[in-house]
Design a protein. Structure first.
Length: 129
């Protein structure tokens, strides 16, 4: 009986961890292919988007359009993750990497926060590499 109880309590931990890894992996794939729609599916309702020197907070549809426009001007061909981590309380995550796009290299920062039990992108930055 104790083993069953422990198993039932442990299952949500494993599924939560798997979900986090899958989100970062999916975000990495979307950045590699320049898929703004898939990337946008991970956006929170408002997102801070910084593209080079232009930075603002946008609602989700506007943020997707800004990223899509950037990807149109700079077609991504690869993204390599340099660093990934989470806060001490596991309520936020981040991913830093290099994206090759349009013959240039951009440093990409993605910050994910926990909103309503979901891990969503709250900030994304594209800086000159």
């Amino acid at each position: 009986m104790k083993n069953l109880l422990i198993l039932l309590l442990a299952i949500p931990m494993f599924s939560f961890t798997t979900g986090e890894v899958a989100s970062i992996d999916a975000i990495t794939r979307a950045l590699s292919s320049g898929d703004a729609e898939t990337l946008g599916s991970f956006f929170d309702e408002s997102v801070e988007v910084a593209i080079l020197d232009v930075e603002d907070i946008y609602d989700k549809p506007e943020a997707v359009q800004k990223v899509k426009s950037f990807f149109t001007q700079n077609k991504p061909s690869a993204f390599s993750q340099v660093h990934q981590g989470s806060s001490k309380g596991k309520d936020s995550q981040y991913c830093i990497g290099n994206m090759t796009a349009g013959g240039k290299t951009f440093r990409v920062y993605v910050y994910l926060g926990n909103t309503g039990g979901k891990t969503l992108i709250q900030e994304i930055r594209f800086d000159k590499g």
